[in-house]
Design a protein around this ligand. Structure first.
Ligand SMILES: NC(=O)C1=CN([C@@H]2O[C@H](COP(=O)(O)OP(=O)(O)OC[C@H]3O[C@@H](n4cnc5c(N)ncnc54)[C@H](O)[C@@H]3O)[C@@H](O)[C@H]2O)C=CC1
Ligand SMILES: O=C(O)CCC(=O)C(=O)O
Length: 446
């Protein structure tokens, strides 16, 4: 039985050396739930926190594929099935050269608690590969997806583990993965979400993470008697989450002043036009190219190797990747009067940045709450597949709004404002942990 957060984290570190992202995610949760955990006999007796610091299983495999010139490449693939207590493992697949076990374990850990917040029966998992799709032809992407599924298919299924997309895995890749799954498993089932609408996909899934983020932000603002109209919003990334967040924010009256890629940032203090965001969503492609094209056609300034966080804004929405917003960035935001940060990406703020935002009383929503709209819609895709139906767009939009509002309510119910400052991290961590802990205890030790 750990006596302090530090002692517990040292124990986790000793079991997971060289996994800094995973340790960061475990520490973030533990700091908020430790007192409740140690004060709850049934949870202590069942070693709930210790069990939750270890995935149910991690599957790792070799992925061999042939490029267009006939050269054979060998990549690594993983699926982390983190916690299946609440429902089938559920979470995205990421293709990026930075992918390793620490990153996938942190993502699967976060996913477990995020999925618990949605109120749906979905457990937590995440997978991916260190494959770099940049510069690869469509046929190469197809062959890679097929090779990846050649091993993954035996570990997934609509009641076992249901992957979806994440960085560099969108509708096209899900199509190739699904096709190969269907051939190998000889079954047409909802074993993946984010599918094309023509073969079991759901309306609103594509938009859901970005839109859900803005619906959550709207709740945060309304809690302070404010709304989005006229607010300057800085967004990082120019992928699925960033572009849909930008689209909905503009629709609700905000001015989106930045979008970015790993190569630089597009700044436009007059606002990036809605029609340019719509076009970028339609065409999809390399983010830098898209942003430079927007700059050429509608103005603003492109700055190489620059992040969005140095420019004055009311709201910051990190929507690119983990640890993209560090302590210095948080200091710049504070100095420039930013009042809200809501995470579209998973764990985009370093631990030091989170501390700084809290010290400076910038209201800050963690991704496990504010970006849960995507997986929630995936849960609704699973429900449609299981009942052989397709729901209308309007109904799904309403359900997404309801789910984001319910997550916001859970956050408020689990934290008390300190001098008017709401700690969304504490609220989200406590709400999610309690649901998972109750399930673990009820299902016995195993
Ligand atoms: N797609 C989804 O439904 C969900 C995604 N997320 C998270 O949102 C984030 C973005 O995912 P997607 O938009 O789906 O991926 P995507 O592949 O569509 O876009 C990723 C974007 O991030 C940019 N990017 C990558 N590394 C960067 C870096 N170091 N600095 C600046 N920009 C960088 C890329 O240029 C691209 O614009 C990830 O953290 C992901 O885990 C969270 C919940 C659901
Ligand atoms: O829709 C899903 O299952 C995955 C979403 C996801 O990967 C995430 O929430 O980070």
């Amino acid at each position: 039985m750990p006596e302090s957060v530090d002692q517990f984290i040292q124990w986790v570190e000793s079991r997971n050396p060289h996994e800094p992202e995973f340790i960061q995610a475990v520490q973030d949760l533990t700091c908020d739930v430790f007192d409740l955990y140690t004060g709850t006999e049934a949870w202590r007796d069942a070693a709930v926190l210790e069990r939750l610091s270890e995935p149910d299983r991690t599957i790792s495999f070799r992925v061999c594929w042939e490029d267009d010139e006939g050269n054979v490449h060998v990549n690594r693939g993983w699926r982390v099935q983190y916690c299946g207590v609440i429902g089938p493992y559920k979470g995205g697949i990421r293709f990026h050269p930075s992918v390793n076990e620490s990153i996938l374990k942190f993502l699967a850990f976060e996913q477990t608690f995020k999925n618990a917040l949605t109120g749906l029966p979905i457990g937590g998992g995440k997978g991916g590969s260190d494959f770099n799709p940049r510069g690869r032809s469509d046929r190469e992407i197809m062959r890679f997806c097929q090779a990846f599924m050649n091993e993954l298919y035996r570990h997934i299924g609509e009641n076992t583990d249901v992957p979806a997309g994440d960085i560099n895995v969108g509708r096209r890749e899900i199509g190739y993965l699904f096709g190969q799954y269907r051939r190998l498993a000889n079954t047409f089932s909802g074993a993946l979400t984010g599918k094309d609408i023509e073969f079991g996909g759901s309306h609103v899934r594509m938009e859901a993470t970005g839109y859900g983020l803005i619906f959550f932000l709207r709740c945060m603002l309304s809690q302070q008697d404010e709304d989005l109209k006229g607010k300057r919003v800085a967004i990082s990334g120019a992928g699925n989450v960033a572009l849909h967040a930008a689209q909905k924010a503009i629709e609700l009256g905000a001015t989106v002043i930045t979008l970015s890629s790993s190569k630089g940032t597009l700044f436009n203090t007059d606002g990036i036009p809605a029609e340019q965001v719509d076009k970028a969503i339609e065409h999809r492609g390399g983010s830098t190219k898209i942003l430079q094209h927007i700059q050429e056609t509608s103005g603003g300034e492109w700055r190489d190797n620059c992040k969005p966080w140095q420019t004055p804004c009311d709201i910051a929405l990190p929507c690119a990747t983990q640890n993209e917003l560090d302590e210095d960035d948080a200091k710049s935001l504070a100095a420039n009067g930013t009042r809200f940060v809501a995470e579209g990406a998973n764990m985009p703020c370093t631990a030091a940045a989170v501390r700084l935002l809290r010290e400076r009383r910038i209201i800050h929503a963690p991704g496990k709450a504010s970006n849960a709209g995507g997986v929630a819609l995936s849960g609704l895709e699973m429900a449609q597949n299981a009942s052989f139906t397709r729901w209308e767009e309007e109904r799904l939009c309403e359900e997404l709004v309801d789910i984001m509002q319910a997550i916001h309510r859970q956050c408020l119910e689990n934290t008390e404002a300190q001098d008017g400052y709401l700690n969304y991290h504490e609220g989200a961590n406590l709400a999610a942990f309690q649901r998972v802990a109750r399930g673990l205890v009820a299902q016995g030790v195993g």
